[in-house]
Ligand binder design. Structure first.
Ligand SMILES: Nc1ncnc2c1ncn2[C@@H]1O[C@H](COP(=O)(O)OP(=O)(O)OP(=O)(O)O)[C@@H](O)[C@H]1O
Length: 306
């Protein structure tokens, strides 16, 4: 089966609320795709529609080229984590997984494998009801892996995880992508996705705002801003301004140069025999790039509430 999720033209209203307004994107194999956007942007609703838990008013959602309801043994096609709290609290983690495995025809040996992969071996016989949110997330991951599916779809898997858990989750997601799986992960926090996601689908108000590689998004948000360290501040300012840059003093030996790429800044300095100790291109964080993109969607919501 193809490792893909395809969402096309999804529309969904809840009473007066438009949750999805033409949501369209594709999640490809072999990469981690971050699914990000402000509260209420439609991420969970999209995932619920993909899994057939909500019906769309229009459009379609396919996993591996087929609607979820047409998949036989769905857990062997797509593993999902939507609500880590959705478990029977009195059951042990292992029994919860055994029950799920049994209902889908997977062997008990697979249960022990996913317990190991998700780092739950030491607590597998404890009541799941007593688990922290981070441990519940791991249990959700274990359940998602039962059918060894080519597609994983995880809603806020970093929620409630401690720093060690976050590092574990990042490594896990990267590994699943390396194995050729399609991995869709929703998150509010860009810092969680930095160094994890290859691709980003940024959404706001029920539709896609940007569908891009992380590298391109950061390059676009970084612009031509360069930090320059030199003791020859005044001649540097004159030479760079003459080359069309906007130059500001940001420290006793530091200038911020806008409008010229780092390579051109170095050329201008060399041509004018101006010594420098540092020329570094500004690299926007994923957080900065995302804030820039979603500002409009957030303002729209704030305006609605006013
Ligand atoms: N069952 C429901 N009944 C009524 N409104 C709903 C329902 N589910 C979602 N909504 C509304 O649809 C919109 C999209 O919600 P959704 O949960 O999909 O967004 P989200 O991007 O996942 O948000 P968050 O980041 O806060 O989880 C919101 O305005 C939400 O209030």
């Amino acid at each position: 089966m193809e490792a893909t999720i395809e969402v096309a033209g999804l529309r969904k209203r809840f009473g007066a609320t438009t949750a999805l307004d033409g949501m369209s994107f594709t999640v490809g194999a072999g990469q981690v795709t971050g699914f990000v956007g402000p509260n209420g942007a439609g991420k969970s609703t999209t995932m619920r529609v993909v899994l057939g838990l909500d019906a769309a008013d229009a459009g379609h959602a396919h996993v591996g080229g087929r609607p979820y309801r047409e998949l036989r043994k769905p857990l062997a096609h797509v593993g999902s984590l939507l609500d880590a709290g959705a478990l029977q609290p009195s059951r042990s983690a292992r029994n919860h997984l055994l029950w799920l495995a049994h209902s889908q025809g997977f062997p008990a040996t697979r249960v022990d494998e996913v317990i190991e992969i998700s780092g739950l071996a030491s607590v597998a016989r404890r009541r799941a009801g007593g688990f922290s949110l981070g441990m519940r997330q791991r249990l959700g991951i274990a359940a998602a892996l039962l059918g060894d599916p080519p597609v994983l779809m995880l809603d806020e898997p970093f929620n409630g995880m401690d720093p060690e858990g976050i590092v574990w989750m990042r490594t896990f997601l990267r590994q699943k992508a390396r194995e050729g799986r399609a991995v869709l992960v929703s998150s509010h926090l860009m810092s969680e996705l930095q160094d994890t996601a290859d691709h980003l689908v940024v959404v706001g108000r029920g539709r896609v705002i940007a569908d891009t590689t992380v590298a391109d998004l950061i390059t676009a948000a970084s612009g031509d801003r360069v930090t320059l360290r030199t003791t020859a501040r005044t001649p540097a300012m004159t030479a760079l301004a003459g080359a069309g840059a906007t130059v500001a003093t940001t420290g006793s030996d530091t200038l911020t140069v806008d409008g010229l790429p780092a390579a051109s800044v170095i050329t201008v300095l060399n041509e004018n025999a101006i010594a420098f100790t540092e020329v570094s291109a500004h690299r926007a964080s994923l957080e900065e790039a995302y804030m820039e993109l979603t500002r409009e969607a957030v303002e729209f919501r704030a305006g609605e509430q006013a």
